[in-house]
Design a protein around this ligand. Structure first.
Ligand code: MGD
Ligand code: SF4
Length: 745
């Protein structure tokens, strides 16, 4: 049996399923408050600035507390370009993170009682001393590089500082290889810059928005959704390419119900029409583009008729939508998407999107992509970082265009083998529930089993905590200072996060935990402050403001300094690519042995009786982090399985019926899911919202609710260019009988 057996049942008491007053209910179902409500709240309560941590859009907000120090409401900051004064349902429900009675309450240390692994409560002193001793032992024996950090969100920044001080940059996060890495690599290879977050898409002024598997609206990124709704009101054409009738598709002029995994073929056909019919921006392409002739020649055979056979989209529709884009150009956006790790050729799919934008002249144009700008937050002084001998770069060296750590490669490096040159021996996991966010559970468990030590810093007893040797309870974003949010937008802005209330239970902020560990590990001089507040005060002053001012305004906007928002007429602009041009043909990719222009490759299809497992988001949840949040759980308790009526007829399924899923590798879902029969999904796939089906009983609301899609993602198609893990090539069969009837889960 495995040493690091997942601890399912805690020795500690379980909290009751109390229904706290839902902040959302308080103001009705509409999360967007009217001015009157805002004013009333503002009069009655004390307000403290923060920025939201329920997802990574980081909307600036005000936390309102009453005289007893209870949080009553969180409302968007009117001056914030990420939210324009209105939070999404999750942001409003962020108070549930604070109120959740299942929260981690004290440090926990793994122990054995009667041969069973369990956790015991520990003091901070004991837990920190233990971690420091174990980390020191790994550092002394193998080098600091063998300490890996898997992180996401604000806490990660503090531990990154600790790691760099120790001399390790063995750091990775799922937001790269499991999310937007391929998009960044593809756009970087074309335009020379990352898309980043928020995307510099000028949606509010666009005339045509093309969404390719990007379900804005269900995938709730606040200002982007608001801008899209304004664009629709202003008559913009929305074209959505999605095998499923998403909310965005339902608001679109054209819904292209594409056969999954064939998007590159559609985009090549669009290029074909745009070039053949002269719909591209000739002047722009001539002035800024490189390799247009090669592209023209290359796409000449990819006609809409050719693409029809692959995508199932009618040639007339491919032509009509290409003309819509051409007519709107340059105020057109082929949206780069966000979670793009689908089929392993994701960098090339992103390249196809980038090339279309280049042809239509939308980069640097009103209604297309603007030139983003941010303001640098000055670095609080500390000694120079120690240089590691190896780190995330070397671990991911097989993938030439990887620009950040690849989680799955760090995980592989944690399994000893004779050819493993970069042995990882201990992990600190902060703010990421890797058992739900990283595919291939077998590999992950094998790695965790080999580790000499594993620490998890989280606010909740998520599944990942069950594998840790030590669990540290972080306080929520509403109870702490964090780094200043410097936003990249049309205009630069900063936002302050400060505690609205004291940390509940025995929880502590990450900055404090990192400092404590730093002091114990001999790098205390990198943490030359008693309170993170001092760092913020120092930085704000350097930026021409103060903590006092920021407490009052929460967000400060700065004028642009770099250049104009869009390209000027006749502007001589050098793109930050190697050639200084938009690279329709990529010499760099060619030299590295990859296709210089995107190629359509057929991907495996579901075998008889199996359906492609498609997944996405719901507007009231973020990944797995919100499933147990009392307010958000109230809005949606579990995911359901979208099944086409044709499939329902064949199997004999009815809406509301519970089923189990088994994938191509015979992995069966631990829990069941409710069927929803709907025309909105194609007959060759099924669909569910990601982030449900929690295994940890300590999550009293989320445990066993719905299916965990990641459990069924055992096969990944790795992107050879940047190491992303394509996860949409998994197929499931639908089981109507409980496969676990005779086994205890
Ligand atoms: P969550 O699953 O929400 O997201 O992956 P993750 O970042 O792992 O886990 C977040 C964890 O952070 C939770 O355990 C939560 O309790 C904890 N947490 C929340 N707030 C705090 C805090 O203030 N401090 C600390 N210390 N912890 C906190 C996201 C990743 O997943 C991404 S970005 C994408 S796009 C991918 N999406 C995706 C998918 O759609 N399907 C599948 N199958 N896998 C996916 N993986 C990727
Ligand atoms: Fe919070 Fe919603 Fe903004 Fe994300 S989009 S940061 S959840 S308010």
């Amino acid at each position: 049996t495995s040493r690091r057996k997942f601890i399912k049942i805690s020795a500690l008491g379980l909290g009751g399923v109390a229904a706290t007053t839902s902040a959302i209910k308080m103001f009705g179902a509409n999360p967007y408050l009217d001015e009157l409500v805002k004013e009333n709240v503002a009069k009655k309560f004390k307000r403290t600035p923060t920025y939201c941590e329920v997802c990574f859009w980081k909307c600036a907000a005000w936390t309102y507390t009453n005289e007893n120090g209870e949080i009553k409401k969180i409302i968007g900051n009117d001056n914030d370009p990420h939210c324009y004064g209105r939070l999404c349902p999750r942001g409003t429900g962020g108070v549930g993170m604070y109120n959740d009675e299942d929260r981690l309450k004290t440090p926990l240390i793994r122990t054995t009682v009667n041969g069973e692994d369990t956790f015991r409560k520990a003091s901070w002193e004991e837990a920190l001393d233990l971690i420091a001793a174990k980390f020191k032992a790994v550092k002394d024996k193998y080098g600091a590089e063998s300490l890996a950090l898997l992180k996401h969100g604000a806490p990660g920044k503090h531990f990154e500082h600790l790691y760099k001080a120790l001399g390790s940059d063995t750091i990775a996060e799922p937001a790269y290889a499991q999310c937007r890495g391929a998009r960044e690599a593809g756009f970087n290879a074309t335009f020379g810059s990352w898309i980043g977050s928020p995307e510099p898409t000028d949606i509010r002024d666009t005339k045509c928005l093309v969404l390719i598997g990007s379900h804005i609206g269900e995938n709730m990124h606040n200002s982007q959704v608001q801008e899209m709704s304004d664009a629709i009101d202003n008559g913009a054409t929305i074209i959505t390419v999605d095998p499923r009738l998403s909310t965005a598709a339902s608001k679109s002029k054209h819904w292209l119900a594409i056969k999954p995994a064939t998007d590159i073929a559609l985009m090549l056909a669009w290029m074909n029409v745009i070039i053949e019919e002269g719909l591209y921006d000739k002047e722009y392409v001539e002035k800024y583009g490189l390799g247009f002739n090669e592209l023209k020649e290359y796409v000449s055979t990819f006609t809409p008729e050719w693409a029809y056979g692959i995508t199932t989209i009618k040639p007339e529709l491919i032509r009509e939508t290409a003309r819509e884009m051409g007519n709107a150009a340059p105020s057109v956006i082929i949206h780069p998407g966000r979670h793009v790790s689908w089929y392993g050729d994701d960098t090339q799919r992103a390249r196809a999107m980038a090339i279309l934008n280049g042809l239509l002249g939308s980069w640097g144009r009103r209604g297309g992509f603007y030139f983003k700008e941010s303001i640098k937050v000055p670095k609080y002084p500390h000694p120079a970082y120690n240089h590691p001998k190896w780190g995330w770069k070397e671990i991911g060296e097989k993938y030439p265009l990887a620009q950040m750590g690849i989680t799955t490669e760090v995980i592989k490096a944690s399994i000893p083998s004779p050819d493993n040159k970069y042995p990882v021996k201990a992990w600190l996991v902060a703010g990421t529930n890797i058992t739900k966010s990283i595919p291939d559970r077998k590999l992950l468990e094998a790695a965790m089993d080999e580790l000499e030590f594993m620490v998890v810093v989280d606010t909740m007893p998520m599944d990942v905590t069950g594998y840790a040797d030590v669990v540290l309870p972080e306080c929520t974003y509403l109870e702490r200072f964090d780094g200043i949010r410097s936003a990249t937008n049309r205009e630069p802005s900063i936002a302050l996060r400060m505690p609205a209330v004291k940390p509940k239970y025995d929880s502590k902020p990450s900055w404090w935990i990192a400092k404590q560990l730093g002091e114990r590990l001999g790098v205390g001089d990198y943490f030359a402050y008693d309170d993170y507040k001092e760092v913020i005060e120092w930085q704000l002053e350097k930026m021409g403001t103060s903590l006092e001012e920021m407490e009052k305004i929460g967000v400060k906007n700065f004028p642009r300094k770099s250049r104009s928002l869009y390209l000027k007429e006749d502007e001589k602009y050098e793109f930050p690519t190697m050639s200084g041009k938009i690279e329709f043909y990529s010499k760099e990719l060619k030299e590295l042995g990859f296709d210089p222009m995107p190629k359509y490759t057929a991907h495996p299809e579901p075998p008889q009786g199996f359906y492609r497992l498609n997944y996405g988001r719901a507007p009231m949840h973020t990944f797995s982090r919100t499933a147990n949040n009392p307010n958000l759980n109230d809005l949606k308790k579990e995911n359901d399985l979208w099944v086409n009526p044709k499939v329902a007829r064949i199997i004999g399924l009815k809406t509301g019926q519970r089923v189990w899923l088994r994938n191509q590798d015979e992995i069966t879902s631990t829990f069941s899911i409710k069927v929803r029969v709907t025309e909105r999904v194609r007959w060759d796939s099924v669909y569910m919202v990601h982030g449900f089906g929690h295994d940890n009983k300590k999550l009293t609301r989320a445990y066993a609710k719905g299916i965990n899609d990641t459990q069924l993602v055992s096969k990944v198609a790795v992107d050879p260019i940047m190491g992303g893990t394509g996860m949409r090539g998994n197929f499931v069969e639908i089981l109507t009988e409980n496969p676990h009837k005779n086994t205890e889960i």
